[in-house]
Design a protein around this ligand. Sequence first.
Ligand SMILES: Nc1ncnc2c1ncn2[C@@H]1O[C@H](COP(=O)(O)OP(=O)(O)OP(=O)(O)O)[C@@H](O)[C@H]1O
Ligand SMILES: [Mg+2]
Length: 260
Amino acid sequence: MAENLLRLRGVSKTFGPVRALDNVSLDLNAGEVLALLGDNGAGKSTLVKILAGVHAPDAGSIMFRNVPVTIASPAAARALGIATVYQDLALCDNLDVVANLFLGREQARVLLSEEAMERQAWTLLRQLSAKIPSVRIPVASLSGGQRQTVAIARSLVGEPAVVILDEPTAALGVAQTAEVLGLIRRLRDRGHGVLLITHNMSDMQQVADRAVVLRLGRNNGVFDVARTTHEQIVAAITGATTEPATVRTATAPRATATEE
Ligand SMILES: Nc1ncnc2c1ncn2[C@@H]1O[C@H](COP(=O)(O)OP(=O)(O)OP(=O)(O)O)[C@@H](O)[C@H]1O
Ligand SMILES: [Mg+2]
């Protein structure tokens, strides 16, 4: 049995009249990529922010490695071993790769010499088989895929058990997407639990082991990706009724009459 890293039960969060999350449960294990899927407004980012210590849940419980936890701040999330890479990446364009990797890691910056940080930067990038030409160039001169790689490498500085990636390929072309998907597989192979937020069904099918679907703030299915069709997952996301696989035909399904 894979080690359970995160176990959420009955997590709810409201913003004024909006029920962003309603009684949501989720499990993330070591050595798996779990896709978090859902339409716009389904509650994905809210869930991520709860795990990242940005929002406090109104109700429900979170277990980290089978221990109940309260994630009171982003620093608390990182200290626990939960790293989050947001879509905007939050890189400093004018700083080089090494400086970006250790940004906000004041302790490391005090303890490590420039050479030691540079060595550690290369070690991190090598572990990810990242294709970065130099760690002494400003990140502004890197490609989108390379910037995503630097942001992911930075999240690994504290050796987190859990890595949360918010739409890591959204802004990338085909080759760069392939590069980042390869990197996600390597994170899994190194034993991290990866929570991958994505709208991209192809990415999901290429790298995710399981998928959790949220709809209107509620759980709407957990899928073993290898045993699930694209259509079944899309149906869970959109709320269309799922037809048994046996009645599917080779022709493209038409939009159902219940859709507005
Ligand atoms: N800080 C906030 N204040 C008020 N409402 C919020 C806040 N954050 C999220 N919401 C609302 O909560 C609901 C869930 O939003 P959330 O951002 O979690 O969805 P999402 O699944 O990430 O969507 P998307 O795919 O568009 O990023 C939405 O109705 C959203 O408007
Ligand atoms: Mg979002």
